[in-house]
Design a protein around this ligand. Sequence first.
Ligand code: OSB
Ligand code: MG
Length: 373
Amino acid sequence: MSRVRAVELLLVELPLVRPFRTSFGEVSDKRCVLVRVETDDAEGWGECVADSRPDFSGEFNEGAWLVLRDFLAPWLFRAGDVDASTAEDAFAQVRGNPMAKAALLDAVVDAELRASGMSLASWLGAERDRVECGVSIGIASSTEALLEQVTGYLEQGYRRIKLKIEPGIDVDRVRSVRDAHPGIVLSVDANAAYSLTDADVFRSMDDADLLMIEQPLHHEDLLQHAELQALLRTDLCLDESIRSAADAAAALALGACRIVNIKQGRVGGVLEAKRIHDLCLDRRVPVWCGGMLETGVGRALNLALAALPGFTLPGDTSASARYFHDDLTEPFELAPDGTMAVPTGPGIGVTPRPDRLQACVTRRELLRQADNE
Ligand code: OSB
Ligand code: MG
């Protein structure tokens, strides 16, 4: 337990190595809010996985900034001595906003662990020192361009290829990739772009031997996912629909999916992510670690989580070079066997490099405990 003396919010912007197109839009630059906390004992870092627009979820950078500045940080200052679990309890006073909560809570956890010298992975109960990595490929301008990217990533060692799809750019693309690479582990992610009337699209993917179909339908519609799952041989996986352990329990009870994508940044931080992991492990439901194009800060958290025993499928935990020419932290690198090392240092094990912050921060605001007393 220690007192949080200051919370610094930093808006960062860094170019992506190539634009990333999904069914809800295209991004060329990564823009997100980083959180730095100073406690009596240490400093800690967190990353908010929201984007500039409320497209993937209702949260977005400017909204998250205000929730952090006006509600979550002031609460921490008033709370006195906190640890991860008391901070999480207090954040329950703010409804929703799991991405904003995750950024601050993860920073508190990081500071706590740095002070005690323990790594996040061991604190969470990780059982591996390396994790299997996949890669998520945005919607390409042509099938040829897609096949070229797939080949490139396979050569680098990635163990699972995920294709973003949208209505009209789906079955044929999947078929082309499958024909070119009969043996690879392949999945698709629709980011909620379809409705139940498109069931035939997914039925015709049943013979493509996909590992899973991720979030085909509306993010709030578990019942329709259950209906679709009943029509398919291929396993459905939910991403956007899972904002908490309660969501995961409901989805599994309804038969809305058979695989869960856990993104700690989407579900309110590593503690809630661990709860989802435990619940799925208990029900023998495979989980994997998703991603939100995080910088090295969020990536470090994801890798620690992905080392837990229930994470049995390769994650979207790709190398820094898949996203950025120059990450904020020391780069995370993929080994030729398609695995990545789990950070072992205290806390999340990495810190943003001062020169990179200098270059990438577009706005910062330091909130001090005294200002709020
Ligand atoms: O749906 O999993 C998703 C990126 C941004 C927002 C949503 C998603 C994604 C990805 C990329 O698929 C995952 C990654 O490489 O970080
Ligand atoms: Mg997804």
